[in-house]
Write a protein of this length. Structure first.
Length: 588
C-alpha cells in the first residue's frame, strides 16, 4: 500500500491515498525510505511524523506503509548497546555511514550475525504460557537473559533445542491451543506505545537504595516507584541522574538521553565502561542499555525515545529483574510534543503545549511499578522511573513540571542557590518530599535499625528549625541567640556539610551503604545530644563547638566501608572523652 507526499512541514509530512493504512503504522517516506509514523488520519490523508531529517523531500514522492506499528526488537544483544530514539544501533550505523548519521540507513536493532549459547530449561511436552521462561542466554557476565514465551501465546512445547543460535533462528516450536504451530526465536517484537501486560500490580515496599545520602535517608524512592528531578540549568540534574544510573540497586539500567547535549551522553559512554559495579565487580556497561537522542538529532525521534526505553525496561522487568529507567529530560520530550502539535495545527494548551500533555506524561510514568509478571512461577519484577525536568528559568510552575508533580510520588527539587554554594547534590531539603517514606519504614526498621526513622525525623527537624533560626540571625545577629540555639545551628551545619553534601567524584564518598548512613546519623546526633547535656550542666558553648572530634565526625564519610565499625567506635569514645574533659575544666 503506497501513497504520495502532499505537504512537508519540517518533521511533519502529509501524504494522500493512505486510506488502507492504520493510525501509528510505521511508513517509509520518499525514495530515501525515511522512517516515519502515522499520528493522525483525515479521510485518505495521513499526517506522518518523520524520525529523520526531511530536507530535500518533494511533493509527489512515494510513501509506503509497513502495516505494523513502531516496535522494538527484544532479545539478547540489548545490554551494553547504544541506540537512537527508534532503536537503531548507532555503532552499527557508524560502521556503514561514518561519524555522521545518514538518512534512510536500515540496520536491524539486534545483530543477525551474533550467535548466542541458548540453554533450554523446558522440554517437549511441557505446557507453557505467556511470560514463562523456556531457556536462558548468558548475555554478559552480569546479566542472564531469560528467553520468554511472548505474552499472547500459550500451548504445549512440541520441540526445543539447546545450542548456538542467532536471534532470528527457531529454538522451539509451540503447539497453540487451536492446533496451530508457532515458532519461537530468541527475539520477540513489541509495539512501543502498548504497555506490556502483567498479572497484577503490588505495593512498592522495598527501597531503591542509591548510595546517595540525601535521597536514601530523607527522600527515598521505592523499587517500582516514580520520581521527578526538576531544577534550573546548572543545578546538577544530569549528575544526579548519572549517580543514580551508576549506583542504584538495580539489576538493569536503561538510560535515555532525550534531547540533552551530546557531551552528556559522551560522559556516560566514557565513564560507564570504566566504573566497577560494587555488587558484581564488573563494568557498569554490563547491565546498561543506552538510548541517545541528543539535541542535534531529529526532534520527532525524541517523542519515540521515551517509549522505546520504557518498553525495553518492561521486557527486563518481565524476566523478574529490578530495572531503573532514567529519562533526561522529559522537558525536551514535551517540547517535541509541542512542536508536532503546532505543525498539526492543534488547539494549544497552556504555554503552547498540547492539551494532552498531562495524559501522555501519565501514560509514561504509569508503566512503572512492582508487578507480578505473566508466568506460572509468580515471578516479581520492578520498574522504577526517574525523570529529569528542565523548567525554563527554574520555574516549576510551568506545565511540564506541574503535570509531572501530579503523577510522581517523589520530588527531588534541585536548588540553584545550593549549587552556586558548591553543595551537591543540590537537593533542597525544605521543598523536596517523598510519599514512599511511611511505606518503606518497615524495610528500614527490619534491614538497618528500628531507630532509622526516628533518627531521620530528628535530622529533618533540625534542618527545619535551622531555617527558622536563620531568619532570626539575619534580623538580630548570631550574638542574640541562646546557647542551645547556637548548638542547634552547629548541629544543622554538620548535617548539611558532613552528611547531605556528597562528592560524586570521590572514590569512597560517591556511594554510601545504608548501614554507614545510619552510623553517620548516629555520630552527628550523638554530638548534638551529648553537647546539649553538657550545656545544661554548665559547659562552655564555645568549647563544645570547637571540639576536635567534629573534624573526625566530618571525615567519617571518607572512611572505607571495611573500617567503618572500628572508626565508629573510636569516634564515639573520643566524643565521650572530649566532653568529659570540657566538663572537668568547667568544674575547676
Amino acid at each position: 500500500m503506497s501513497g504520495t507526499i502532499k505537504k512537508i512541514a519540517g518533521p511533519l509530512v502529509i501524504a494522500d491515498n493512505m486510506r488502507d493504512a492504520n493510525l501509528f503504522d510505521v511508513v517509509r517516506v520518499s525514495n530515501k525510505r525515511l522512517i516515519g509514523e502515522i499520528i493522525e488520519m483525515h479521510g485518505d490523508a495521513a499526517s506522518i511524523q518523520v524520525y529523520e531529517e526531511t530536507s530535500g523531500l518533494a511533493p509527489g514522492e512515494p510513501v509506503k506503509t509497513t502495516g505494523a506499528p513502531l516496535s522494538v526488537e527484544l532479545g539478547p544483544g540489548l545490554i551494553s548497546n547504544i541506540y537512537d530514539g527508534i532503536q537503531r544501533p548507532l555503532e552499527d550505523i557508524m560502521k556503514i555511514s561514518g561519524n555522521n548519521l545518514q538518512r534512510g540507513v536500515e540496520v536491524p536493532s539486534l545483530s543477525r550475525n551474533n550467535k548466542w549459547q541458548f540453554t533450554a530449561i523446558v522440554k517437549a511436552g511441557d505446557k507453557v504460557t505467556g511470560g514463562d521462561v523456556i531457556g536462558t542466554v548468558q548475555e554478559t557476565d552480569v546479566v542472564l537473559h531469560r528467553i520468554l514465551v511472548p505474552p499472547n501465546y500459550e500451548g504445549i512445547i512440541k520441540s526445543i533445542t539447546s545450542g548456538e543460535f542467532t536471534v532470528d533462528e527457531t529454538v522451539a516450536v509451540l503447539t497453540l491451543s487451536n492446533g496451530k504451530e508457532q515458532q519461537l526465536t530468541l527475539m520477540q517484537k513489541w509495539p512501543v506505545r502498548v504497555q506490556r501486560p502483567y498479572k497484577r500490580k503490588l505495593s512498592p515496599d522495598e527501597p531503591l537504595v542509591t548510595g546517595q545520602r540525601v535521597i536514601d535517608t530523607l527522600f527515598p524512592i521505592s523499587k517500582g516507584g516514580v520520581a521527578a528531578v526538576p531544577g534550573p540549568f546548572g543545578s546538577g540534574k544530569t549528575v544526579v541522574q548519572h549517580q543514580l544510573a551508576k549506583w542504584a540497586e538495580a539489576d538493569i539500567v536503561v538510560y535515555i538521553g532525550c534531547g540533552e547535549r551530546g557531551n552528556e551522553m559522551t560522559d556516560v559512554l566514557n565513564e560507564f565502561p570504566e566504573l566497577i559495579d560494587p555488587k558484581t565487580g564488573e563494568s557498569l556497561m554490563e547491565r546498561t542499555v543506552l538510548i541517545a537522542n541528543t539535541s542535534d538529532m531529529p526532534v520527532a525521534a525524541r517523542e519515540a525515545s521515551i517509549y522505546t526505553g520504557i518498553t525495553i525496561a518492561e521486557y527486563f522487568r518481565d524476566m523478574g529483574y529490578s530495572v531503573a529507567l532514567m529519562a533526561d529530560s522529559t522537558s525536551r520530550w514535551a517540547e517535541a510534543l509541542r512542536e508536532m502539535s503546532g505543525r498539526l495545527e492543534e488547539m494549544p494548551g497552556e504555554e503552547g503545549y498540547p492539551a494532552y500533555l498531562g495524559s501522555r506524561l501519565a501514560q509514561f510514568y504509569e508503566r512503572a511499578g512492582k508487578v507480578e509478571t505473566l508466568c506460572t512461577d509468580n515471578r516479581i519484577g520492578t520498574l522504577s522511573v526517574i525523570g529529569a525536568v528542565s523548567p525554563p528559568g527554574g520555574d516549576i510552575s510551568e506545565p511540564v513540571s506541574q503535570a509531572t508533580l501530579r503523577i510522581v510520588k517523589v520530588f527531588w527539587g534541585l536548588d540553584s542557590s545550593l549549587a552556586y554554594k558548591r553543595h551537591f547534590p543540590a537537593l533542597n531539603w525544605l521543598t523536596s518530599y517523598s510519599l514512599y517514606t511511611d511505606t518503606l519504614s518497615k524495610w528500614f526498621d527490619a534491614h538497618v535499625s528500628p531507630q532509622w526513622m526516628m533518627l531521620r525525623g530528628r535530622l529533618m527537624q533540625l534542618l527545619q528549625e535551622e531555617a527558622e533560626l536563620e531568619e532570626i540571625v539575619k534580623l538580630v545577629g548570631m550574638d542574640a541567640l541562646s546557647s542551645p540555639d547556637r548548638l542547634k545551628l552547629e548541629a544543622a551545619r554538620s548535617i548539611r556539610e558532613d552528611y547531605l553534601h556528597q562528592n560524586a567524584f570521590h572514590d569512597i564518598d560517591t556511594y554510601t551503604p545504608v548501614n554507614k548512613q545510619f552510623m553517620m546519623m548516629q555520630l552527628i546526633l550523638s554530638f548534638y545530644d551529648e553537647s546539649m547535656d553538657a550545656l545544661a550542666k554548665g559547659a562552655d558553648i564555645n568549647a563544645l563547638v570547637a571540639m576536635n572530634i567534629r573534624e573526625s565526625i566530618g571525615r567519617f564519610k571518607y572512611v572505607p566501608t571495611s573500617d567503618t565499625n572500628m572508626q565508629f567506635d573510636n569516634i564515639m569514645s573520643d566524643l565521650h572523652r572530649e566532653i568529659s574533659e570540657i566538663m572537668s575544666k568547667g568544674e575547676d
